[in-house]
Design a binder for this molecule. Sequence first.
Ligand code: 5RP
Length: 227
Amino acid sequence: MTPRVDQDELKRTVALAAVDLVAASLDAGQIVGVGTGSTTNHFIDALAKLKDRFGGAVSSSVASAQRLAAHGVRVVDLNEVDAIAVYVDGADEVEPGSALVKGGGGAHTREKIVAAAADRFICIVDESKVVDELGAFGVPVEVVPMARRSVAARLRALGGDVRERRGFVTDNGNAVLDLHGLAVTDPDGLEARINNLAGVVENGIFAVNRPDLVLVGSPDGVREIAP
Ligand code: 5RP
């Protein structure tokens, strides 16, 4: 009988594969972009062991910045760097064309900003995140607090059900609405449509900024999905 490999072990395996990949091309002085979440935490812990081989990290969240700093990694502001060599982050869903849903941790706005600023985006997931079509997880939407109600009504008009993350405030001081019950058949179109609603800061569909490479951890090893 094949031994059961737990999800966190798969997250760690894929994170270590990403560190190997990044380390192979990293030059002294280069900046690494770092995402948010439990998979990325494994990446941070392993990357930190190489901290003398690169210039520092731009973080996508307060939580990841604190973890990096606790390991002694230099954390730099995005506005202080000329380039980010590579951005590494997890995801909540990945479809075969490499479009993602992110934002389970509510950090998707800063994640998208850092991903967009990076020369290369590597997404790291365990196999439970791979889906045929995005949508079952829901689409997290960061909203300016005064627009919670008006944006929720507009999102419902798209055909989904909207739930507010009560008691949750993003690193940017905003609220998060989760749009459920909508199959994301056109990730590029829905990403743009949601972001066009007044009061929306950013949504968790990464179609325009889809990763250059997805590494998937499974009990059989790490495989790649490229768009
Ligand atoms: C946070 C994210 C995370 O990358 C996503 O939720 C995956 O998290 P985890 O690695 O803990 O499964 O988008 O906003």
